[in-house]
Design a binder for this molecule. Structure first.
Ligand SMILES: C[S@@+](CC[C@H](N)C(=O)[O-])C[C@H]1O[C@@H](n2cnc3c(N)ncnc32)[C@H](O)[C@@H]1O
Length: 298
């Protein structure tokens, strides 16, 4: 006699394949990875281990179908799973805060490498402007427990996500960061840190006004997290003199930008006497962040 309880359980792979077809038809850019991520989320495992789960319970299949329907309605994957990654940490995300993007990992990796060039006995001072969930600040604090990390965010909802993530990191044993509710375009920002900062990173709002965006972005990332004025440079333009003031001689900055603005950001930095100005592409080969150094040495 076959075991009914076993034979009636839904098979996972056909559910995933059907979900991926539904997501593709809805215009989702990465249908199979998204279907697998949602299945892994429902099953409390990770995508690489799905092959070890040939069959699922009916209530798990139902929950998966609900999430696939939401994803087909173009709700961001990370809002459905509740998390996004940066470096070695996971961040809680949801409505009211920008979802950290994989391309920002490149700026994070550059920042970590930059910290490694400092003398071993130097305790770095790091600033993250426009921190959102706290992604860059918290990932850097996790990787470099010896660093003192300061992070600035203007929007109260985003700041509350950053506080929640910062509390989680403290509970996991990371060095606390300092969060500021402040406007990065204020010329007096972080006055106490003037000339003391070793490394300043920023992934600010940088999309030129009027750009056409996918529904996941346009309908779910906060407007203020995305748009940077007519040419996308309004926030960066206002931040550059402040970055010049905050960095110590020899201190470095990395600023993420719209793919139309690599040369524009480099020009702004050179106009404020930064040296070693260099443009960096993302994994698709598009200009994504510019780095620069203050003249002088530690
Ligand atoms: C593109 S999101 C990036 C968030 C985070 N750095 C990341 O990489 O995930 C930009 C963030 O800047 C914040 N922001 C926009 N204008 C700001 C301002 N003038 N001062 C401080 N934060 C600002 C937004 O609320 C948003 O959280």
């Amino acid at each position: 006699m076959p075991d009914d309880a076993t034979t009636e359980r839904p098979r996972l792979r056909p559910l995933i394949v059907a979900a991926a077809e539904r997501l593709a038809a809805a215009g989702v850019g990465s249908p199979l990875p998204d279907a697998e991520s949602l299945a892994a989320h429902v099953l409390g495992t990770d995508r690489m281990r799905l092959a070890m789960v040939p069959m699922v319970e009916q209530d798990q299949a139902d929950r998966f179908e609900q999430l696939v329907a939401q994803r087909a309605a173009r709700i961001p994957l990370q809002h459905l799973t509740g998390t996004a990654a940066m470096g070695e940490i996971e961040l809680a995300v949801g409505p009211g805060v920008f979802v950290p993007r994989p391309e920002t990992e490149l700026l994070f990796a550059w920042a970590l490498a930059q910290l490694e060039t400092l003398p071993h006995d130097h305790q770095p001072v790091v600033v993250d402007l426009c921190t959102g969930t706290g992604a860059l600040a918290l990932a850097l604090a996790h990787a470099r427990p010896d660093a003192t990390v300061h992070a600035v965010e203007l929007e109260p909802e985003a700041l509350s996500w950053a506080r929640r993530n910062a509390d989680t990191r403290i509970a996991d044993g990371d060095t606390p960061i300092t969060l500021y509710a402040d406007d990065v375009t204020d010329p007096d920002l972080l006055a106490d840190l003037s000339g003391r900062v070793d490394l300043l990173v920023s992934n600010p709002p940088y999309i030129p006004d009027g750009a056409v965006l996918d529904p996941e972005v346009a309908d779910h990332d906060p407007h203020r997290a995305l748009f940077g004025g007519p040419d996308g440079l309004d926030v960066i333009r206002a931040m550059v003199p402040t970055i010049a003031r905050l960095l110590r001689p020899g201190g470095a900055t990395g600023i993420e930008h719209d793919d139309t603005n690599g040369a524009g950001v480099a020009t702004l930095l050179r106009a404020h006497d930064f040296t070693a100005v260099a443009e960096h592409p993302d994994l698709a080969g598009k200009p994504r962040f510019v780095v620069a150094t203050r003249p002088g040495k530690l």
